[in-house]
Write a protein that binds this ligand. Structure first.
Ligand SMILES: NC(=O)c1ccc[n+]([C@@H]2O[C@H](COP(=O)([O-])OP(=O)(O)OC[C@H]3O[C@@H](n4cnc5c(N)ncnc54)[C@H](OP(=O)(O)O)[C@@H]3O)[C@@H](O)[C@H]2O)c1
Length: 253
């Protein structure tokens, strides 16, 4: 029996990068996975890929900056797949640049997605995670929040992103203390640079600066983070991995 057989996981931001890799990784460990993102074609394709390799997946189109959508994906996961054992709050965006003259719209977008979206999904999922922890033979359920190295270490040129990811780290630890005795584990992942679409949403001059900064650095792959998430959620019930900072070996700051 695979370790996650009989469990259901919901992954936000499953249409690319870390989220897509995590969905594949949890599915191959035996979980049924709900895939949430705005790009329907991408998540439907991923669901088909998981189905073709013997797994089960459900594509859920959603914009998690809408509380109704966030609640909707949690409700549909439970209604259509029967339960919710694992929520991976992964959807996020990183819009960098100096604070002086930063477009306020970028800061607002990050707060709405990285912080509020994650809070909406968590709020909707918590009762179901508590139920799963109480009735699962595994005796545990998992809330995994993908923060960033930027959620632990501030860096010049990253203030808005830092603010949202520090928020994720603090939110996670407070919730961990509230639910850990009921066997809902809360884990925060804080990756450094990973090779994904993340940087492509920045203004051209910011992308250029980022490319120069990492010119001599081998970034991590989405599968590296997905493997770590799979490790976290397959620990025995009495062990909770609370926080992990992961950086490319060649990333100094
Ligand atoms: N890559 C890195 O270097 C790195 C490092 C540290 C932390 N992280 C964190 O890792 C997470 C995943 O990022 P990634 O690197 O995999 O980047 P990515 O490839 O750009 O993935 C971001 C995901 O978020 C989804 N998303 C964006 N807006 C959304 C919305 N309003 N509602 C629902 N889903 C939305 C995107 O899907 P749609 O566009 O289809 O909605 C996509 O699936 C983020 O939280 C990021 O901050 C990344």
């Amino acid at each position: 029996m695979a370790t996650l057989d009989g469990t259901v996981a919901l992954v936000t931001g499953a249409s690319s990068g870390i989220g897509a890799a995590t969905a594949l990784s949890l599915a191959s460990a035996g979980a049924t996975v709900a895939l949430a993102a705005r790009r329907t074609a991408r998540i439907e394709e991923l669901a088909a890929q998981i189905g073709a390799s013997g797994g089960k997946a459900l594509a859920l189109t959603a914009d998690v900056t809408s509380e109704a959508d966030a609640r909707g994906i949690v409700d549909r996961t439970v209604t259509e797949l029967g339960r919710l054992d694992t929520l991976v709050n992964n959807a996020g965006t990183m819009l960098l640049g100096p604070a002086l003259g930063a477009p306020m719209e970028e800061w607002e977008r990050m707060v709405r997605l990285n912080l509020l979206g994650l809070m909406y999904c968590t709020h909707a999922a918590l009762p179901h995670l508590l139920t799963a922890a109480a009735d699962s033979p595994r005796q545990v359920a998992d809330l995994v929040n993908v923060s960033s190295v930027a959620g632990r270490f501030p860096r010049s040129g990253s203030s808005g992103y830092n603010a949202t990811k520090f928020g994720v780290t603090g939110f996670s630890e407070a919730i961990r203390q509230e639910v850990t005795r009921q066997h809902v584990r809360v884990s925060v992942l804080e990756p450094g640079a990973v090779e994904t679409e993340l940087v492509s949403h920045n203004r051209p001059e910011i992308q250029e600066r980022h490319t120069q900064r990492f010119a001599d650095t081998k970034k991590m792959e989405p599968t590296d983070i997905a493997d770590t998430i799979a490790f976290v959620v397959t620990r025995p019930w009495y062990m909770s991995v609370n926080e992990i900072v992961l950086r490319p070996t060649e990333q100094d700051t």
